[in-house]
Design a protein around this ligand. Structure first.
Ligand SMILES: N[C@@H](CCC(=O)N[C@@H](CS)C(=O)NCC(=O)O)C(=O)O
Length: 236
């Protein structure tokens, strides 16, 4: 069955965590909002009053008649269906899910560096607060999160869980890519303390299907509308 991914067409955002999983598992999928009348379909799916179980925000995935929202929930679903994405056992699946939820927390905090006061207002209207928030994010939060994943990796080996790559590894790759884009100076420093995380990043980057995807036009470029934004004032 062809999956339908609904996500904003011009940013990587949280949708990228789902795109990477779909690509790595070799799934047949369509990125709906990037196709013909895409935004119309996306906005309709979000606001259709006839839908009894609407998603609050993108990304969401349509599978036949079922619609699954929340990034970690989508990945949990895909992990159960594709052996390329998660182990079978319940304990391992919950552990992958737990790691994914921690990645979601990190992604949320990365977003809040440029929108510390209100998501509904422009970055330009909250610059002084953004500067303070980003300084703390770089100094304490990124090292704490990456230190946590470094610890998990140093226990398990080359990937976060079990003996094969999971969707949590793909998401950690994406987060490191985003942090490198948004905070190049800080990441140069921080990465030195996290060799396992860097090794995992390099391994994921070279996975055949991921490498092909990254080189394709399907991969949206990072930009200043997404979650990871390069504002030099916020780096250091
Ligand atoms: N917890 C949700 C967050 C979803 C979310 O915040 N989506 C963003 C784009 S990345 C959005 O469009 N938000 C609109 C809003 O919150 O009003 C998830 O992980 O999927």
């Amino acid at each position: 069955m062809r999956y339908e991914l609904y996500y904003w067409p011009n940013i990587q955002g949280r949708g990228e965590l789902v795109r990477l999983a779909l690509e790595h598992a070799g799934c047949d999928y369509v990125d709906v909002a990037r196709g013909k009348d895409g935004m119309k379909h996306l906005l309709h799916a979000l606001s259709d009053p006839k839908r009894p179980r609407p998603s609050y925000a993108p990304p969401f995935l349509k599978v036949g008649k079922q619609i699954i929202g929340q990034t970690a929930n989508i990945l949990f679903y895909l992990g159960a269906r594709h052996a390329e994405l998660a182990p079978r056992g319940e304990a391992d699946r919950l552990w992958v899910h737990q790691l994914q939820l921690t990645i979601a927390d990190l992604v949320g905090e990365a977003h809040d560096t440029h929108h510390p006061l209100a998501s509904s207002q422009y970055y330009e209207d909250q610059k002084p607060a953004a500067k303070k928030r980003a300084a703390d994010f770089r100094k304490t939060r990124v090292p704490k999160y990456l230190g946590y994943f470094e610890r998990v990796l140093s226990h398990n080996g080359k990937q976060l869980v079990g003996r094969r790559i999971t969707y949590a590894d793909l998401s950690l790759f994406q987060v490191v890519a985003g942090l490198r884009y948004a905070f190049p100076k800080a990441m140069k420093r921080i990465e030195r303390e996290h060799p396992h995380v860097v090794a995992l990043y390099e391994r994921v980057e070279d996975l055949p299907k991921i490498a092909a995807y990254l080189a394709s036009p399907r991969r949206v470029e990072f930009n200043e509308d997404g979650i990871f934004r390069r504002y030099p004032a916020l780096d250091g």
